[in-house]
Write a protein that binds this ligand. Structure first.
Ligand SMILES: NC(=O)c1ccc[n+]([C@@H]2O[C@H](COP(=O)([O-])OP(=O)(O)OC[C@H]3O[C@@H](n4cnc5c(N)ncnc54)[C@H](O)[C@@H]3O)[C@@H](O)[C@H]2O)c1
Length: 486
């Protein structure tokens, strides 16, 4: 690595400011200094998810934000991302291969790095961006295992840099409303939770096609997907996990299942599959223009197949998982996620000292990156009911929103890109502490799958600090005596 690459961005800004001052003098003393008002963003990983941030920067938040750099291992997707900027009539960001990430930060003088690359590589870019003096916004999961999580926690402590883990689910109105009801003490303090997440054979199957299907890249569904769910529970309860017991298996997306479904064999990928006409799990990249443009047309650069067979033997993630968690506020949770269900969404029940809250949310069928709205809530399949102790049950009118992930994406983007947003009583913005605790339940579950033994979460990563959560009813609060039963 050359000496100049070892400079931090702050040092670079200082030295280049001297150079720029000289340039201004050469141009003449009348040259007015440019006042920098827009925040300068760089994105690493310009696949499906990055589009939400890129479009937000180019359109809704164009007055506050500018995309100055993009970085990826795939030259074709980098060019595509530049074309998006061009079509939006915005300055075209400079593109950099992944190996030149440091150079991107130094040359573009990015203020904030948005990390939307493969989960297993997040830590590398988060740590480097912090070391180079940038703020970091990272997609979930913050990272995939305890070792990398510790490295991020240590780097943040050492640099004092600012981090945000983008938990869009917290911002989805129906889920924010649950927090509101719990904070208000509607069902008292929470003693236990039953939480069951269903992934269907459309969206759920999609996790078995590409990098998500290998633990070294995604941490499996316990980390990649359940980070959302475990974060919601931590935040809903304002608590952190203490111990985890879990079991997991892959029983549906297997070569044996391909045979049971009448296929002769699993194959490498749908695009070239001799049995694709009769396979109900075919993903046709040719029939889907956005997937073709993003992935099929760029395979030549890295051999990334978006449509690998969901029944391949080399898949090493689970499709069937059950978890028991205890929390530091003494609440307990039973949780499950299955990736082969008939519908997509979840049931959650909070059992409190003053009653029970039941919430169901069904999501529309979608496939990430196919141009449909990801995680859109089905209003007819979404409800929240309160069962007060010894009083009649009632249904609450569910808060609604529009856009991706139950309306959460849009609310979160406002929070990220707008300056001077009003104080948030739900404290939905999360830093590395919330990011760490959101993955540690799943990381512990992954360990448990191997050892069969309960895992103490606090032993996995040190010095995390306690996440910022709103205060909640506690086990020490006085309670009204329930009415006598006749
Ligand atoms: N919050 C949400 O609801 C949500 C939804 C989807 C995805 N995500 C997250 O967003 C991230 C990206 O997911 P995606 O669906 O866009 O995946 P993707 O495969 O479409 O995009 C990943 C990009 O990273 C690039 N890449 C691969 N290795 C790299 C490396 N070493 N360095 C730099 N770039 C590299 C790939 O070429 C690709 O362009 C993941 O962390 C995922 O978990 C979050």
């Amino acid at each position: 690595m050359s000496k100049s690459y070892e400079m931090t961005r702050r040092e670079f800004a200082k030295t280049s400011a001297i150079g720029l001052a000289g340039l201004a003098m050469a141009r003449g003393s009348w040259a007015k200094p440019q006042i920098q008002t827009k925040k300068r963003y760089a994105i690493v990983g310009v696949g499906g998810r990055s589009r939400m941030y890129q479009n937000a920067i180019h359109k809704k938040y164009a007055e506050q934000a500018e995309l100055v750099g993009i970085c990826d291992t795939n030259e074709g997707r980098l060019r595509l991302s530049q074309e998006i900027a061009q079509k939006a009539g915005q300055p075209v960001p400079q593109k950099y291969p992944a190996a030149d990430f440091d150079r991107m930060i130094l040359e573009t003088k990015a203020d904030t790095v948005i990390v939307t690359t493969v989960d297993g590589f997040h830590h590398h870019y988060i740590i480097r961006a912090l070391e180079l003096g940038c703020d970091v916004i990272t997609e979930k999961p913050m990272t995939i295992d305890a070792k990398k999580c510790q490295q991020i926690i240590d780097a943040q402590r050492k640099t004092g840099g600012r981090m945000r883990v983008a938990f869009n689910y917290r911002y989805s109105p129906p889920r924010t409303q649950i927090k509101d009801l719990l904070m208000a003490g509607t069902i008292g303090d929470i003693l236990s939770v039953d939480f069951h997440w269903m992934l269907n054979t459309h969206h759920g199957a999609d996790y078995f096609r590409r990098w998500h299907s290998q633990k070294k890249f995604s941490g499996g569904l316990m980390v990649h997907k359940a980070t959302h769910h475990f974060d919601l529970v931590n935040w809903w309860l304002s608590a952190v996990p203490v111990s985890v017991m879990a079991s997991g298996k892959r029983d549906f997306y297997t070569p044996a299942m391909a045979k049971r479904l009448g296929l002769q064999s699993h194959h490498e990928r749908c695009h070239t599959c001799p049995e694709k006409e009769r396979c109900g799990f075919e993903l046709s990249l040719m029939k889907n223009p956005s997937l073709k443009e993003l992935y099929l047309d760029n395979e030549q650069y890295d051999g990334y197949y978006r449509d690998r067979c969901v029944f391949r033997p080399d898949i090493d993630i689970e499709d069937t998982m059950n978890v028991l968690v205890t929390y530091d506020n003494q609440a307990t949770m039973s949780y499950s996620v299955n990736a082969f269900n008939a519908w997509e969404g979840y049931y959650i029940v909070f059992n409190g000292t003053r009653g029970r809250l039941e919430h169901k949310s069904e999501e529309k069928v979608y496939l990430f990156g196919d141009g449909s709205t990801p995680g859109a809530v089905k209003p007819e399949g979404t409800w929240t009911r309160i069962f007060p102790l010894r009083e009649p049950a009632y249904e609450v009118e569910v808060w609604t929103g529009s856009g991706g992930h139950g309306g959460g994406d849009n609310v979160m983007l406002d929070d990220i890109f707008l300056a001077n947003t009003p104080a948030d009583k739900y404290l939905r913005a999360s830093d590395q502490r919330g990011g760490a605790y959101s993955i540690l339940t799943g990381i512990a579950a992954n360990i448990c799958f191997k050892t069969g033994k309960q895992v103490e979460v606090q032993k996995l990563v040190k010095n995390i600090g306690y996440p910022l959560y709103p205060s909640m009813p506690t086990h020490a609060d006085p309670l009204p005596m329930p009415q006598k039963q006749v």
